[in-house]
Design a protein. Sequence first.
Length: 312
Amino acid sequence: MSLLEIKDLKIHYPIRGGFFNRVVDHVYAVDGVSMVVEEGKTYGLIGESGSGKTTIGKTIVGLEKATGGEILYNGENILDPKVRKKLEYNKDVQMIFQDSMSSLDPKKRVLDILAEPIRNFDNLNEEEELQRIYELLDIVGMPKDSIYKYPHEFSGGQRQRIGVARAVACKPKLIVADEPVSALDLSVQAQVLNYLKNIQKELNLSYIFISHDLGVIKHMCDYIYIMHRGRFTETGNRQDIYGDPQHIYTKRLIASIPQINPKLRDELRKNRELVDKEYETYYNDYYDESGRVYPLRQLSDTHFVAQKKGGK
Ligand SMILES: Nc1ncnc2c1ncn2[C@@H]1O[C@H](COP(=O)(O)OP(=O)(O)O)[C@@H](O)[C@H]1O
Ligand SMILES: [Mg+2]
């Protein structure tokens, strides 16, 4: 059985305006997305800023309310807070944020930061608790004496590793990682990504990995979900998305990956021009009257792409 099943999830925010401050319209931040999360796999959510990635992530961990749809865990809908509590969902599903400076309490020492989830969810005595905290520091490569320090005493990369340690403190099953390395230098990014991969193997964790960086997504993910204006334009495995992109928006994303090899640069620039031309010419085939992408249709066992006008 799958770990998590997201069905037709919608999150709409009201826009108020006018003299009476009535609801005049809605932001369709997330507008009918479905996905299945299996154990031990990584799912990438990618798309430009404002496409709805963080809103999906926050809704999965219960930080945001859904307007419609279901998120099933052990067959029950965790959008109901009572169900979340009953299933120990808040222990099993954790989130890592981009900005560890604001997500770690600056007034707490690492000891207390890491002890908090353990006290909330596990019943350990003092000695076992300290043992667990040392283990956690060890799996993210931080020295034991980190427990006496405060978040500001670490570098960005070290802080993010402490954020990872906190997220895995109670052996979760799923972690939503929202741009976990976007604020870090390239060399440090690779290090944090490797810790995430190692921990995944050890705990058989699943990740929902949010990023706008196609390189990072390719490195980390088994399945990729391209988000655009609150919907998926295309979903598939690495080969489907990077080797055989179908939707014009996916093609544009892939064509925009910077090329380091100078020999390939010319070729890529030409490709980009072709894709841009295709986008201008066929725009109306890919978007409905209100500018939104059409529902997905299946191309293969793994590959789905948004339909074109007229259901093609
Ligand atoms: N609390 C909110 N109220 C109103 N609009 C919101 C709120 N949170 C997010 N949005 C809007 O929803 C859309 C999706 O935002 P977000 O999920 O943060 O995108 P992403 O993470 O892909 O950059 C954006 O248009 C954003 O402005
Ligand atoms: Mg975001």
